[in-house]
Design a protein around this ligand. Structure first.
Ligand code: FEO
Length: 399
């Protein structure tokens, strides 16, 4: 394998995962994911974040191809989640003298997962670790993404090893750096990663970004996705916008429909949104699109219209999953509307209303509930008006 170099003595040794269908066993991975790892070969050798255990063979081959017979002195564990930490026990067998470096909160989850670990080295916030020419400095970043999360800054090259922060879904297709790809094609994978992994902890992420901004960062090397070396502003501005809940002009219409009637209502609403002048309209059938994609666009855009047919006096089950995820991730500053079919009892729209009230979004128009199919002029007008109202509200709302 060609050596992939970030700077003098600093190498990429990560792996691509193109075989896992669901990240954390629930988030679809149509484009795969990368588990990034970095090796600094100096008077001391430091390996920064290992990889998911199923890729240990390729990972060790990558590491050994750089080491030229040397061993690893330090394994830096920025994050204990198993997609990174899973291979620690095997790495310790491979490099028995290696010290495992983490902060005061790192080892409790690690040992809960993998049993007692040897050669632990606990570092404090802002503590440095000299490697020779290079020096590592550690900064705790609680809840980005777990309580023990930290980032590591290499002071001579200005590289921030940011772990989950600034990461994205999608395996690396030969290109490792931001200037080697069309970033417009990458944005959806990155936003979906943000919304479903980091979005829940938007505030701590924003605090961490603000704190680290004084470091003079020249490169950001996350544990998933592209390494940012050319246009750091591209990625940091998006993180600040997303973590600040600043939605773009656009409307997401997500519906659950048993017989196609609520689906037909969504089409009428979308025409109202379009006639109000909104250009970004995303329509999702919750039975056909995995929730993480919908959450991503809800995070991205200002307007949300949720539609659910009734199901035994409540809402359509797949819509209940989406609502659960909205309550979990808490995207804010949304204009919203609700609609759905009554079946014989109603219940879809009223159940949605209860949850929407808890989300503290701003209602753009009264909910529309339709008996049977949307074939009567009056119902069609109400649905169109709902779409038009939310379209106008989104056009008017400023961040
Ligand atoms: Fe990529 Fe929170 O682990």
């Amino acid at each position: 394998m060609n050596k992939i170099q970030l700077a003098k003595d600093v190498y990429y040794v990560g792996v691509n995962d193109r075989r896992t269908d669901f990240f954390e066993n629930h988030i679809q991975l149509p484009n795969g994911v990368s588990y990034n790892s970095y090796l600094i070969v100096d008077e001391k050798v430091a390996l920064i974040d290992p990889v998911e255990v199923g890729f240990i063979g390729q990972f060790l081959a990558n590491v050994r191809s750089i080491l030229d017979g040397r061993s690893v002195d330090y394994l830096i564990v920025n994050h204990a989640e198993p997609d990174h930490s899973g291979s620690i026990a095997l790495l310790q067998k491979e490099f028995p003298e290696m010290q495992v470096v983490g902060n005061a909160k790192t080892f409790a989850p690690l040992e809960a997962f993998y049993g007692e670990l040897q050669n632990k080295k606990v570092v404090a916030d802002s503590e440095t670790l000299p490697l020779g020419q290079h020096t590592l400095q550690f900064f705790t970043a609680p809840m980005v993404h777990w309580p023990e999360s930290m980032v590591t800054f290499e002071t001579t090259t200005g590289i921030l090893f940011s772990n989950d922060a600034f990461g994205g879904f999608g395996a690396l297709n030969g290109s490792i750096f931001d200037d080697q790809v069309d970033l417009a094609c990458y944005e959806d994978d990155m936003c979906r990663y943000y919304a479903n992994i980091v979005g829940k902890v938007a505030l701590p992420a924003q605090k961490a970004i603000n704190r680290l901004s004084a470091l003079g960062i020249k490169m950001i090397a996350p544990s998933h996705g592209l390494v940012w070396r050319s246009d750091l502003r591209w990625v940091t501005s998006r993180y600040l916008r997303w973590s600040g809940h600043q939605g773009e002009e656009g409307v997401v219409i997500a519906y659950g429909s048993m017989y196609g009637n609520t689906a037909a209502m969504a089409e009428i609403i979308a025409r109202g949104v379009a006639d109000a002048g909104v250009r970004n309209i995303r329509i999702y059938d919750v039975s056909r699109t995995e929730t993480s994609f919908i959450i991503s666009d809800i995070w991205k855009y200002k307007g949300v219209v949720l539609g659910a047919c009734a199901h035994y006096g409540s809402m359509f089950p797949n819509m209940a999953l989406l609502v659960h995820e909205i309550e979990h991730f808490k995207p804010q500053n949304k204009m919203y509307g609700l609609f759905g079919g009554m079946s014989w009892s109603g219940g879809g729209v009223s159940t949605l209303s209860k949850h929407a009230t808890e989300a503290q979004w701003q209602l753009a128009a009264d909910p529309v509930e339709v008996k049977g199919a949307p074939i009567r002029e009056e119902d069609i007008d109400r649905l169109y008006a709902l779409g038009h109202a939310i379209g106008e509200a989104v056009k008017k709302t400023e961040n």
